[in-house]
Design a protein around this ligand. Structure first.
Ligand code: SAH
Length: 249
């Protein structure tokens, strides 16, 4: 079995074929559970506030974020654009990227001091995306990293570390489903050609990529039959001295 790890079965062309059959809607992005979007976005905003309060400095003035594996831009629309000045989108499926552009650039009700969306759209997989060096305050990765192999993830996270604006500041956030496999294994899903990883494997990958896990918590309030979803707040660097501050559930 070990000679045939789950992530070796990932096929980017199978993933893209699958996602191209999915409608460009919130329901499509959320596997038929559009009802979880509101609580998902609210919890993400809370999590970001929490980590910024607990582990300053986050950023000074300009807050530039990346929404990675963004789909139709649900996360940017409902959360990131409200707290960031500029949000870039990375998404390999063209029809989703087009929908994101329409949604974000189209007529938009501006609430209070909210501004029009500003950002770039990169139509590519994360395995090919090279974040501009020292540019981002927040790199948000949600429900898409299962399409990368473990070793692609390690190199991707290293590039993300270089993409963070301030040494010692900024965040790489991962929000993903967690495998509950009884034997503690990652699970390959043939349907969309992705891997659902165990918490243990996530932490191993972060370590290998030179990331320090500063805070992690479980998403609450989702329907009980769905897989657990976990937030990870990460920064590049050595873990000594910081570990004492790690606040893990
Ligand atoms: N993060 C968004 C979309 C989740 S759906 C949200 O929470 O609403 C999963 C997304 O991952 C789809 O848009 C799919 O096209 C994208 N995806 C598939 N392969 C990918 C890859 N190699 N790199 C980045 N994103 C990928």
């Amino acid at each position: 079995m070990d000679s045939f790890p789950p992530d070796s079965q990932i096929s980017p062309s199978d993933s893209l074929t699958y996602w191209n059959t999915i409608p460009s809607t919130v329901s499509g992005m959320l596997g038929g559970y559009p009802g979880v979007s509101h609580i998902d976005l609210r919890s993400s905003l809370n999590f970001l506030h929490k980590i910024n309060r607990q582990f300053p400095p986050f950023s000074s003035e300009v807050i530039r974020a990346a929404d990675c594996g963004a789909g139709i831009g649900r996360v940017t629309q409902g959360f990131l654009r409200k707290v960031c000045t500029k949000v870039d989108i990375v998404e390999p499926v063209e029809k989703f990227a087009v929908e994101a552009t329409i949604k974000l650039r189209g007529p938009h009700k501006i609430n209070g001091d909210e501004k029009p969306w500003e950002g770039e759209i990169y139509v590519m997989g994360l395995e090919s995306w090279i974040p501009e060096s020292q540019s981002y305050d927040l790199i948000w990765n949600q429900w898409c990293l299962g399409h990368l192999t473990d070793s692609q993830l390690v190199t991707y996270f290293r590039r993300c570390s270089d993409g963070l604006r301030q040494p010692g500041g900024g965040w790489i956030v991962v929000k993903e489903n967690i495998s509950t496999n009884a034997e503690g294994k990652d699970i390959f899903d043939k349907q969309d050609s992705s891997v659902t990883r165990t918490d243990e494997n996530w932490r191993k990958i972060f370590k290998e990529a030179g990331l320090v896990l500063l805070k992690t918590e479980l998403q609450t309030g989702f329907p009980k039959h769905l897989l657990p979803v976990r937030f990870y707040a990460l920064r590049p660097g050595k873990s000594e001295g910081i570990l004492a501050r790690v606040d893990c559930l």
